[in-house]
Design a protein around this ligand. Structure first.
Ligand SMILES: NC(=O)c1ccc[n+]([C@@H]2O[C@H](COP(=O)([O-])OP(=O)(O)OC[C@H]3O[C@@H](n4cnc5c(N)ncnc54)[C@H](OP(=O)(O)O)[C@@H]3O)[C@@H](O)[C@H]2O)c1
Length: 230
């Protein structure tokens, strides 16, 4: 049994990861803005560095922290012609600066962390075709690179932390899907023609990464729905 922190554990992938790890007996501190506060649930905004530090410290109160999983990510419909710089900023503050807060906190407070996992996206590897999602793609690309950089520095410093990205394609039933289906003017059917991944599929990938021996580091695990072409 291990102790972990899941950022973004209130819904979608993070909720599935939290449920799976707790089912296996782990103590999981679940972090989100909208989570019922409790001994193992902390309300916090990942954009606030002090709040992120508090979450990691709360987990330390339960025992040595073995893993941190960052599942926080937002996508907002905001095409260039909308000039919604406020939305582009919100996406970057959450997806990029929020991740940097997590990496910084782990760096300072958890030098012996065993595993860090960041949920990336196929949108980090090529510009997404989903209309209005350019800020999301760019933020996920920046975040992906931040994780690679963090891994390189960790290896260079001789840290024991394995640093992994899990990179999914479309996931059904998430708030992300709802945002783009609801706000896109083209009445988007994101998953026509194929079955999307489920949050539980992605949680199973996280379980796989966590089950490997300390000598094996998954750098990236990409999951795509059969039928998703790009
Ligand atoms: N859905 C997809 O098709 C898809 C595909 C590929 C990759 N991904 C990636 O998968 C990850 C999980 O997304 P999801 O689809 O599971 O979305 P989701 O259901 O919207 O979950 C996002 C989680 O992040 C939390 N969150 C958002 N902003 C936050 C903030 N400022 N501070 C703290 N927590 C915050 C949310 O909780 P609160 O709102 O309560 O704070 C929620 O728990 C994201 O990184 C996303 O980019 C998603």
């Amino acid at each position: 049994m291990s102790t972990g922190v899941v950022f973004g554990g209130s819904s979608g992938v993070g909720a599935a990861v939290t449920a799976s790890r707790r089912k296996q007996g782990d103590t999981v501190v679940c972090v989100a803005r909208n989570v019922e506060p409790g001994p193992d649930n902390v309300q916090a905004d990942i954009r606030d560095p002090d709040a992120v530090d508090r979450c990691v410290s709360t987990a330390f109160g339960r025992g040595p922290v073995d893993y941190v999983v960052n599942c926080v990510g937002i996508g907002l419909y905001a095409p260039l012609e909308s000039a919604r710089a406020d939305l582009w900023k919100e996406v970057f503050e959450t997806n990029v600066l929020g991740l940097l807060n997590v990496l910084s906190s782990v760096d300072r407070l958890c030098p012996l962390l065993r595993q860090l996992i960041h949920i990336s996206s196929l949108a980090a590897l090529r510009i997404s075709e989903t209309p209005g999602s350019m800020s999301y793609s760019l933020s996920k690309l920046a975040a992906h690179h931040a994780v690679i950089d963090y891994r390189t520095r960790s290896r260079g410093q001789g840290r024991p932390t394995k640093v992994s990205t899990v990179t999914p394609g479309f996931i059904g039933g998430t708030a992300f899907e709802a945002v783009f289906s609801r706000t896109s003017p083209c009445d988007l059917d994101l998953y026509s023609g194929f079955t999307p991944l489920s949050s539980e599929d992605v949680a199973a990938a996280v379980d796989y990464v966590l089950a490997l021996p300390d000598t094996v580091e998954v750098r990236d695990l990409t999951l795509a729905p059969m039928g998703q072409v790009r």
